[in-house]
Design a protein around this ligand. Structure first.
Ligand SMILES: [Zn+2]
Length: 249
């Protein structure tokens, strides 16, 4: 939680309220904001989170009334968001941008592997008991993400003559990647779901931050020097990036 949010939250105050609309319960996260003049509601499309912002001196009672009044709006907006895709048998997910169906092979040996059949249909096969399927798929995707992002990062680093300390893979919904001042590159594992040129662009972007910790013209020139498809990747992320958050929640 950002420090500012902590400062304005009263210690005993709940951080979320519950809104019931047509027998459905919705969690609404409450945040006080110094600059807020009124009560506002926002839906985060990536995480499906409902956020209510209120003035720092506003009352929780009013916040609750406001959220209840807009229960229908919350329900309608959440309903319009892309459907979530859990990691279960039969679900389809894009591995490196290519659709793969999850196939549960209970009795098979091994853990997780990919297969392609005669019609070019692709599958991610999972062995083991059914309750372990979601976790095994998730672990597999994280491992694959780490491998691809390490390779792309080392390549970008070699081209720019820098040395990252390590690559870490996270589940951050607010950003695709980050670069610490100590040279640790962090990425969202969900990038393994995007086409490879998008993942390569993100790696080039974060590695270039080891030289320019900003988004200046100099920074973009560095990224473009080592990555030939910056504009295409950025357009893809703008158009489809949000959809990657549908998977495995
Ligand atoms: Zn950046």
């Amino acid at each position: 939680m950002p420090l500012r949010a902590l400062l304005y939250r009263r210690p005993s105050e709940p951080t979320a309220i519950e809104v019931v609309f047509e027998q459905q319960m919705y969690q609404v996260r409450v945040r006080r904001h110094r600059l807020a003049r009124r009560y506002t509601l926002r839906i985060h499309s990536a995480t499906h989170e409902v956020l209510l912002t209120m003035p720092s001196r506003g009352s929780l009672k009013q916040a609750r009334a406001f959220a209840h009044k807009h229960g229908g709006w919350i329900a309608a907006r959440l309903d319009r968001l892309p459907q979530e895709v859990p990691f279960v048998d039969g679900a389809v997910l894009p591995l490196r941008g290519v659709d793969h169906r999850i196939v549960h092979r209970q009795g098979a040996r091994g853990t997780v592997w990919t297969e392609v059949d005669g019609t070019n249909a692709r599958a991610i096969c999972v062995a083991g008991a059914q309750p372990h399927v979601p976790r095994r798929i998730r672990d597999y995707l994280k491992r694959e993400a780490k491998r691809d992002l390490e390779a792309a990062s080392w390549l970008a680093a070699e081209r720019l003559g820098v040395q990252p300390k390590r690559v870490s893979i996270r589940d951050q919904s607010s950003r695709w990647g980050s670069c610490s001042t100590t040279g640790v590159l962090s990425y969202s594992w969900r990038l393994i779901l995007a086409p490879p040129y998008v993942l390569e662009y993100l790696a080039a972007h974060e590695v270039a931050h080891m030289i320019e910790l900003n988004h200046s013209r100099r920074f973009w020139r560095l990224v473009e020097r080592i990555c030939p498809h910056v504009a295409r990747a950025k357009t893809w992320l703008d158009d489809h990036g949000g959809e990657l958050h549908r998977y495995g929640r």
